[in-house]
Design a protein around this ligand. Structure first.
Ligand SMILES: NC(=O)c1ccc[n+]([C@@H]2O[C@H](COP(=O)([O-])OP(=O)(O)OC[C@H]3O[C@@H](n4cnc5c(N)ncnc54)[C@H](OP(=O)(O)O)[C@@H]3O)[C@@H](O)[C@H]2O)c1
Length: 349
């Protein structure tokens, strides 16, 4: 039976971009593609992508389970919550029931984030940490950082893998990184970390760096992030075994750039828009960190988690399954002006 697919988070930045690119992707033979929604206007909006809206309250475990089993969904892409694990567990259990009922192989993709492979959760940063590293699961299990919320998100990756393995569900741990570019869906059009840089800079009328040295972080244009989701889906539909569970990590990134270069490029653009006093990038002291925290609605010590840190996580798995990113890592620096403009427009709206 051709597999039915459920995509969640379709009103979001990543999920909307995924929905918008389903048609041009010309996927191999499949059953119905459902998009999880929670409002009538979202149900209406997703129809433009030739997908079937499925109204779900993801906090309702029974309702979610029933919808997955009744609709015989055997592939779920989860793009909603990188931190908690309850909904993912519900979905994995339901997929196992669908496998029993239909005999189909079942697949669950969890969207985490590059932060869960970085200095913020005590991961090694002294050399590239490949997403194909056979020790990655052990590294994820044995490292933690100073923030409970980050450790919870890290544990979620492990919980998903353990639960899926115990129930015969093939799972994939998909990590977006600094994603940039205009979202292509009907809902949210802007990202997270670039937005945090702009938000803090506007509040202080200056771009500030929080970390010493020249730390780097992986980056990815939203289009390339989308095409990795699609390449995984394509391979699943072709019945190819691409590595799953403890070998199912994927980083969506075309390479890394130094935060300092990104700050400088964004500071130039912010200065051109009159959103900061000048284009200099200054070092944050305690008082500045406090104000940045107020702007980002977090404690001063959490500011760096939002717009700094070191991440040596390196994308290899996607390339092995035929994913070819279109944009180089350095493109984010060339695109900084457009990114700033997009964010400023959104914040003014
Ligand atoms: N964007 C990035 O650069 C990036 C980087 C790394 C990791 N991630 C992770 O990837 C995931 C998606 O990111 P995003 O940028 O696309 O986020 P987003 O634009 O904020 O979208 C979040 C999506 O999740 C849905 N959602 C949230 N809570 C829900 C709930 N309780 N029940 C049902 N749906 C719910 C939202 O639906 P509504 O519209 O109905 O609220 C929306 O469709 C997040 O977990 C994020 O942390 C993103």
């Amino acid at each position: 039976m051709a597999p039915n697919i459920l995509i969640t988070g379709g009103s979001g930045y990543l999920g909307g971009s995924l929905l918008a690119n389903l048609k041009p992707a010309n996927l191999p033979s499949h059953g119905c593609i459902f998009a999880a929604v929670r409002k009538p206007e979202q149900a209406e909006a997703v129809k433009q992508y030739n997908v079937m809206p499925l109204t779900l309250d993801l906090d309702d475990a029974d309702g979610t389970t029933k919808a997955i089993i009744d609709n015989e969904i055997s592939v779920i892409f989860f793009l909603v919550d990188a931190i908690k694990s309850q909904t993912q567990l519900t979905m994995i259990k339901a997929l196992a029931e669908v496998k029993k009922k239909t005999g189909n192989e079942v697949h669950f993709l969890h969207t985490t984030g590059a932060k869960m492979f970085s200095s913020h959760v005590g991961h090694p940063t002294d050399k590239p940490l490949l997403d194909t590293d056979p020790k990655l699961y052990d590294i994820q299990k044995s490292h933690q950082g100073p923030f409970d919320i980050m450790n919870t998100a890290l544990s979620t990756n492990n919980i998903v893998i353990d639960a899926a393995e115990a129930r015969g569900v093939r799972c994939y741990i998909f990590a977006p990184c600094i994603v940039y570019g205009k979202g292509e869906g009907f809902g949210n059009k802007i990202s997270i970390q670039t937005v945090a840089i702009v938000q803090a800079a506007r509040a202080l009328q200056q771009v500030y760096k929080t970390d010493p040295g020249n730390p780097t972080w992986p980056v990815c244009h939203v289009y390339d992030n989308t095409t990795l989701y699609l390449q995984i889906l394509r391979k699943i539909l072709e019945g190819e075994e691409i590595g799953y569970g403890k070998n199912g990590y994927f980083l969506a990134s075309s390479g890394s750039v130094p935060w300092n270069d990104l700050y400088a490029a964004m500071a130039r653009a912010l200065a051109q828009h009159g959103a900061v006093d000048d284009e200099a990038v200054k070092e944050a002291d305690e008082g500045v960190l406090k104000k940045m925290g107020e702007a980002l609605k977090c404690s001063p010590d959490f500011v760096a988690v939002q717009l700094a840190g070191t991440c040596a996580y390196t994308a290899e798995h996607g390339k092995r399954i035929g994913w070819v990113p279109k944009y180089s890592a350095e493109h984010i620096l060339e695109a900084a002006s457009a990114e700033v403009e997009l964010i400023l427009k959104h914040q003014a709206a």
